[in-house]
Design a protein around this ligand. Structure first.
Ligand SMILES: NC(=O)c1ccc[n+]([C@@H]2O[C@H](COP(=O)([O-])OP(=O)(O)OC[C@H]3O[C@@H](n4cnc5c(N)ncnc54)[C@H](O)[C@@H]3O)[C@@H](O)[C@H]2O)c1
Length: 265
């Protein structure tokens, strides 16, 4: 296979949650730029509209779904619509995730004694339940064609202690780290692959943009990352395309850090 064949996702149908910003937008861009038909799902209607307008102007085939992933009925409807409307579902990115605020290294509110039940519940609903449901709703469509790739955005905070972020975030990312392994084993006989991308710090709008606009937090990240810098969203595109395309056909059950060397320490 040559380079074009290895990464050929032309006519693939992809569904991506949290696709109006940050890493989800990067996944959408790389899939659509390479010829996939992409549904971008997000709760931020104005941001989504802007992104769709820009991508369509660049000739990309994109649709939008405005939804809160915590609403599992709406999530199921959007995934069903994408798969049934296009007659296939090749790649699903369970990407939405929210911060639970700063960790103990940067704020009192990040200490274990300060664990807030409402925050814990909200982060479980978004980062854990919605990711599980995304896999649940995608699997039956992929089984029909005995083919598919599911990619969950976890975090290096699900692999190692990460004192800049809070406990609910750590807990839900660690949970999804093992969910992808279990789902990969269950779905492998159906030729459905399930993997996690575990990013280190990337410049995005997470926590309302506050985190990466705070020079103190950015400095802490730069000190933590062996490469000495945070990632740019374009730098996640190659891994996303690898996992979704024929080039990744034997990769399943893996949790792949993309972190400038952070987890290697
Ligand atoms: N940025 C980082 O440093 C980093 C590091 C590790 C993991 N991650 C993970 O990457 C994923 C993407 O985050 P990001 O950094 O790109 O953040 P981001 O805030 O830039 O993008 C998240 C998108 O999800 C949408 N969203 C939020 N809640 C939603 C909901 N309930 N329903 C539907 N859409 C919703 C937002 O509107 C936004 O467009 C998350 O799972 C996050 O935990 C990010």
């Amino acid at each position: 296979m040559n380079r074009a064949e290895l990464f050929d996702v032309r006519d693939y149908v992809a569904f991506i949650t949290g696709a109006a910003s940050g890493l989800g937008l990067a996944y959408a861009e790389v899939m659509a730029a390479n010829g996939a038909r992409v549904t971008l799902a997000d709760s931020d209607a104005p941001a989504l509209e802007k992104v769709l307008t820009r991508l369509r102007a660049a000739g990309m085939s994109v649709e939008g779904e405005v939804l809160d992933v915590a609403d599992s009925a709406a999530l199921r409807t959007a995934i069903d619509k994408t798969a049934d409307g296009n007659g296939r579902l090749d790649a699903v990115f369970a990407n939405v995730g929210i911060s639970s605020g700063p960790g103990f290294e940067v704020a009192e509110s990040g200490r274990i004694e300060a664990l807030d039940p409402d925050m814990l519940q909200r982060v479980i609903d978004i980062n854990l339940k919605a990711s599980l449901y995304t896999i649940k709703f995608a699997a039956p469509h992929m089984k029909k064609r005995r083919s598919g790739s599911i990619v969950v955005t976890t975090s290096i905070a699900g692999i190692k202690a990460e004192s800049v972020v809070g406990y609910p975030y750590i807990a839900t990312k660690a949970a999804m780290t093992n969910v992808v392994r279990q789902a990969a084993v269950e779905l492998a006989p159906h030729n459905i692959r399930v993997n996690a991308i575990a990013p280190g710090p990337f410049y995005t709008n997470i926590r309302g943009g506050v985190m990466f606009n705070d020079p103190d937090i950015v400095k802490r990240f730069e000190a933590m990352v062996p490469m000495g810098r945070c990632g740019q969203t374009d730098e996640i595109k190659g891994l996303a395309l690898l996992l979704a395309s024929p080039a990744g056909s034997y990769i399943t059950g893996t949790v792949i850090p993309i972190d400038g060397g952070t987890t290697a320490r």
